[in-house]
Design a protein around this ligand. Structure first.
Ligand code: NAD
Ligand code: TDX
Length: 331
């Protein structure tokens, strides 16, 4: 199997590439990545001799055509991924998430290749804090931010290309990932590295917003399961029943890093901040037989803290730039 992984130098894409090299050593793997501020070749250092790397933009039709033509299968992770950035500067989100996905769809159509499109639960908008409901594949789309609306747009393009042009594609919408190689702009790595820098974690608003956490290795195993067993044209929701509010997550990080439970700051809230995400992953579990391995969030978090403690060289160069950006918006 020859596989092209877009965005494979980012957080989830690089974790997936590691997972694939380990679990499907006979596959021919090419990572395609623009190396934006979020892409990092260090993420692939340990497996660099087992993969090929193409440094390019998914919006470049000629290059994406050439690479898709050479492969059997495309897994499309490349995106602008951070909500706070999308509020400050939405254009790169429109360009990469919408136009970039369009370019990939056109190439997949032209060369009749299999595509798996990676998306997010944020396309469904948010749930009330006390609502027992969870997102299902039938939940109507209702995105809130420039990030989530561009991801929703990309999903709708994929659905239209499946229906109108009969391309061989599947889609997955996953909940919040955590684990190694996650950029320090995101919630969990930001708080761990703030503590390692001798500063207090930063909680938006009142800290009651709920996210449904999944270890990134479980996201990888779900994607591989869909590549091998998924039904063409279908959408699968990926989640591991990991609902926690942000204050609970900070308190757990503080406990695991031997700090007092009130060692954090409340900062201004994110405009339009989604209240709660929750995934019903029963279709993936029942129809494809997937199950997560990291069912103990505290254990997964402990491993993640250990990784950041031992990989200061990886995150330190990103940290100052990220905090300068946050200080300008008072968060
Ligand atoms: P990330 O920001 O860490 O990585 C994105 C990668 O895409 C980077 O390597 C970057 O260089 C590359 N990229 C960006 N624009 C590109 C372009 N125009 N051409 C080629 N490469 C480009 O993101 P992530 O958190 O790893 O997310 C990966 C995917 O998973 C995204 O599609 C995101 O929407 C989705 N997702 C993320 C989460 C999460 O919790 N982080 C949850 C569900 C779904
Ligand atoms: O310093 C912080 N303090 C804080 O309270 C940061 C950075 C975040 N937060 C809050 C905002 C959210 O409620 O923590 C929660 C998680 O924030 P992010 O890590 O920015 O993630 P989120 O906005 O939920 O989106 C993430 O999950 C879905 C990914 O960034 C998306 O790419 C994915 O689609």
């Amino acid at each position: 199997m020859k596989i092209l992984i877009t965005g494979g130098a980012g957080f989830i894409g690089s974790n997936f590439t590691h997972y694939l090299v380990k679990h499907r050593p006979d596959w021919d793997v090419t990572v395609y990545d623009k190396l934006t501020y979020a892409g990092n070749l260090k993420n692939l250092e340990l497996i660099k001799d087992q993969i090929k790397f193409v440094h390019a933009d998914i919006c470049d039709q000629n290059t994406i055509d050439e690479q898709i033509a050479k492969n059997d299968l495309v897994v499309h992770f490349a995106a602008e991924s951070h909500n706070d950035n999308s509020l400050l500067s939405p254009w790169p989100f429109v360009e990469t998430n919408i136009i970039g996905t369009y370019r990939i769809l056109e190439a997949v159509k032209k060369y009749n290749k299999r595509l798996h499109h990676i998306s997010t639960d944020e396309v469904y908008g948010d749930l009330k804090l006390d609502d027992p409901a969870k997102f299902t594949p039938d939940t109507p789309y209702n995105p809130s931010s420039p990030y989530s609306s561009t991801k929703a747009s990309s999903d709708l393009l994929v659905r239209a290309w499946i229906r109108s042009f009969k391309i061989q594609a599947t889609i997955s919408n996953c909940s919040n990932n955590y684990g190694p190689f996650q950029h320090v702009e995101k919630f969990i790595p930001r708080q761990i590295t703030e503590i390692l820098e001798g500063r207090k974690p930063k909680l938006y608003g009142n800290g009651q917003n709920i996210r449904d956490w999944i270890h990134t290795e479980d996201h990888s195993s779900a994607v591989l399961k869909i590549l091998e067993k998924g039904v063409i044209g279908e959408t699968y929701l990926i989640g591991a029943d990991g609902e926690k509010n942000n204050k609970q997550v900070i308190e757990l990080i503080l406990k695991l890093m031997n700090k007092d439970s009130d060692y954090y700051e409340l900062v201004s809230d994110r405009p339009g901040h989604d209240l709660r995400y929750a995934i019903d992953s029963s279709k993936l579990r029942e129809e494809l037989g997937w199950k997560p391995k990291y069912t103990n969030f505290e254990e997964g978090l402990k491993n993640t803290i250990y990784w950041y403690k031992n990989n200061r060289d990886w995150w330190q160069p990103l940290k100052d730039k990220t905090e300068i950006k946050y200080s300008k918006i008072g968060r």
